[in-house]
Design a protein around this ligand. Structure first.
Ligand SMILES: N[C@@H](CCC[C@H](N)C(=O)O)C(=O)O
Length: 287
C-alpha cells in the first residue's frame, strides 16, 4: 500500500499526519508501528488521523495512535498540528475549529503570531476518571490537590493524578535534569494502580509563572514535549499552590503556555507552536 503522509511537530513532539477524509482509515497495529519506527519507517511519537466530522456541530474527527500502535484519547501537541494541517491543506478556511476526539470536543484556533491555542476542555481528578485503582495506596492533601503514593522503581513517588481526556500522573521534583525519568517513568506507566497505563510527568517549579517539565509518555517513552502532559502538570502545580493561573513550561523541545481559571468546569488552554517538516509517500507492507 502506498501511503501519502505529512511529518509535523509541536515543540519537538513529532507526528505522522494522514488525511483520511476521502478514504477510510484501514491500517493495522503492525503497520502503524512500522511507519512510527525511527529505523524502519518514517519515525514519530504519534500518528494523527484526520477524518470527516460525524456530527453537525464539529468540523473534523481526530484519531490518535501512539508509537506502539495503541489508540489513545487525546493529544495536545497533536491538536495544534491538526489545526495547522487542515488549514494549510485547504481542508477548511476556518481558523478556529471544533474537533471530535475519543473523549469529547476540543477547539484549536490559529493565532496571528503563528502559534495555536487549544481549548482542551476541563481537567478531571476523580480516581475513576483517570482511571486510578486506589486500593492499598496512601494519600495526603496538598493545598486543593490530593497526592497518591505510588511505589515504583525503588522510590515512594507522590503523584497528582489528572485526566485531560487521557491519564496523567505528575510528580514534583527539585531538578528535572536529575529526575529518574527513564526508570520511574515506565515503572509508573505500567503500575497496576493504573489499569489503562499512564503518562508520567516530572515537574520542577521555577517561579509562580514558570516551570520545567519532562514527560514519560504512555506508548512512546520520553518525548521532547507533551501537550496534555504540560496541561496536567500546570493544573497539578496550580492545585498544589505552586503556580498562578497562567504558566509557561519549558520542555526539552520547546516552550508551552497553559492557562486555567481553577474552576471545576473551566477549560484548560494550551498555547504553542505547530510546524510542518516534510511530506512524502511510503510503501507500507501488508503486515
Ligand atoms: N504527545 C501527546 C500525548 C499523546 C498520547 C499519550 N502518549 C497517551 O498515551 O495518552 C500530547 O502532546 O498530549
Amino acid at each position: 500500500m502506498k501511503l501519502q503522509f505529512t511529518k509535523m511537530h509541536g515543540a519537538g513532539n513529532d507526528f505522522i499526519v494522514i488525511d483520511s477524509t476521502e478514504a477510510p482509515f484501514t491500517m493495522t497495529t503492525n503497520q502503524l508501528r512500522f511507519i512510527a519506527d525511527r529505523h524502519l519507517g518514517i519515525g514519530a511519537d504519534q500518528i494523527l488521523i484526520v477524518e470527516k466530522a460525524r456530527t453537525p456541530d464539529t468540523d473534523f474527527r481526530y484519531r490518535i495512535f501512539n508509537q506502539d500502535g495503541g489508540e489513545v484519547e487525546m493529544c495536545g501537541n497533536g491538536a495544534r498540528c491538526f489545526a495547522r494541517y487542515v488549514y494549510d491543506r485547504g481542508l477548511t478556511t476556518k481558523k478556529k475549529i471544533r474537533v471530535e476526539t475519543m473523549k469529547g470536543i476540543i477547539q484549536p484556533e490559529l493565532q496571528d503570531d503563528g502559534r495555536v491555542k487549544v481549548d482542551m476542555g476541563a481537567p478531571r481528578f476523580r480516581p475513576e476518571e483517570i482511571p486510578l485503582n486506589t486500593t492499598g495506596l496512601s494519600h495526603l492533601s496538598r493545598a486543593s490537590d490530593t497526592l497518591w503514593e505510588v511505589k515504583a522503581a525503588g522510590y515512594n513517588n507522590w503523584v497528582s493524578v489528572v485526566s485531560m481526556g487521557n491519564p496523567h500522573a505528575v510528580m514534583v521534583v527539585g531538578d528535572v535534569e536529575q529526575a529518574p525519568v527513564s526508570t520511574v517513568g515506565p515503572a509508573i506507566e505500567n503500575h497496576p494502580a493504573f489499569p489503562e497505563r499512564v503518562n508520567v510527568g516530572f515537574l520542577q517549579a521555577v517561579s509562580r509563572t514558570e516551570g520545567k517539565l519532562r514527560v514519560w509518555e504512555r506508548g512512546a517513552g520520553e518525548t521532547l514535549a507533551c501537550g496534555t502532559g504540560a496541561c496536567a502538570a500546570a493544573v497539578a502545580g496550580m492545585r498544589r499552590g505552586l503556580f498562578d493561573s497562567e504558566v509557561e513550561l519549558q520542555m526539552h523541545g520547546g516552550r508551552l503556555r497553559i492557562e486555567w481559571d481553577g474552576t471545576p468546569t473551566g477549560s484548560v488552554f494550551l498555547i504553542g507552536p505547530a510546524a510542518t517538516v516534510f511530506t512524502g509517500e511510503i510503501d507500507v507492507p501488508a503486515i
